[in-house]
Design a binder for this molecule. Structure first.
Ligand SMILES: Nc1nc2c(c(=O)[nH]1)N[C@H]1C(S)=C(S)[C@@H](COP(=O)(O)O)O[C@H]1N2
Ligand SMILES: [Mo]
Length: 237
């Protein structure tokens, strides 16, 4: 190549084009290895979930990352819109309630380290944060003779628990899991943290709470699963 050719416009144009292509390739490389994804984990026991930071340790115990938690709903993920959501609390109460997401998340909250144990044999450990069921029941005013509370879900699922169990164990309706907003596929806006009960008592996408004075069989309970559902106890009956 002679020096005359090197100063021709075609040659200079070619060199500039080559440089631009290299810069583009280098940029693509750095974007692909940087945090330009909605979820990642690092070595510090935290990870990003959307724009929130997921906690992977609580009270000295390792939590199961949400991405590794199992999920098996009868009709798949329900999509509940926060702005129009209302939680009904009714039945034998003095004053039925319709609570917005904002109201529910404004009550004093409680955090707990609890395992969910599905009756099928899998489990995971989470940090659950939410409002005690008793807070909402006190607001509504439970009447004399009430024994049972039914939880209704957006997918037609339902389950029930004894009023005494809910009060004595300070059972919560969780709206945060591992410190992030309960994800849509995990039951947004609320999942019942029915500690020491099989997973089928952990209603997700809860839209209604009804207080009654007789036993009630929910979705799986009316299909042969134990209505008591104590973890470790009989699965059927
Ligand atoms: N609304 C609703 N809630 C539900 C279910 C369901 O199908 N629909 N499945 C239950 C069962 S059988 C289990 S084991 C747990 C699983 O909860 P997870 O998604 O937090 O793992 O949700 C429970 N809550
Ligand atoms: Mo389950």
């Amino acid at each position: 190549m002679n020096s005359y050719f090197m100063y021709q416009p075609q040659f200079l144009f070619g060199v500039i084009a080559m440089k631009m292509i290299s810069v583009f390739i280098i940029l693509c490389f750095f974007m692909s290895i940087s945090g330009c994804t909605s979820y990642y984990q690092d070595g510090d026991g935290v990870s990003l979930y959307g724009d929130e930071v997921e906690t992977l340790e609580y009270q000295g115990v390792e939590l199961t990352p949400i991405s590794e938690q199992r999920n098996n709903a009868i009709k798949g993920t329900q999509r509940i819109i926060e702005d129009t959501y209302l939680l009904k609390v009714d039945g034998i109460v003095d004053e039925p309630l319709d609570l917005t997401y904002e109201q529910i998340t404004s009550y004093p909250n409680v955090s707990k380290l609890i395992d969910l144990n599905c009756v099928e044999g899998w489990d995971f450990t989470g940090k659950w944060t939410g409002v005690p069921v008793s807070t909402l029941l006190n607001e509504a005013g439970v009447q004399e003779g009430a024994t049972t509370v039914i939880f209704y879900s957006a997918d037609g699922y339902s389950t029930s628990l004894n009023l005494d169990y809910l009060i004595e164990n300070d059972i919560i309706l969780a709206y945060r899991l591992n410190a992030v907003t309960l994800p849509q596929d995990r039951g947004f806006p609320l999942q019942l943290v029915a500690e020491s009960k099989y997973g089928y008592k952990w209603a997700k996408w809860i839209t209604g709470i009804e207080v009654i004075n007789e036993p009630y069989e929910g979705y799986w309970e009316s299909r042969g699963y134990s209505n008591n559902a104590d973890f470790g106890g009989p699965r059927s009956g």
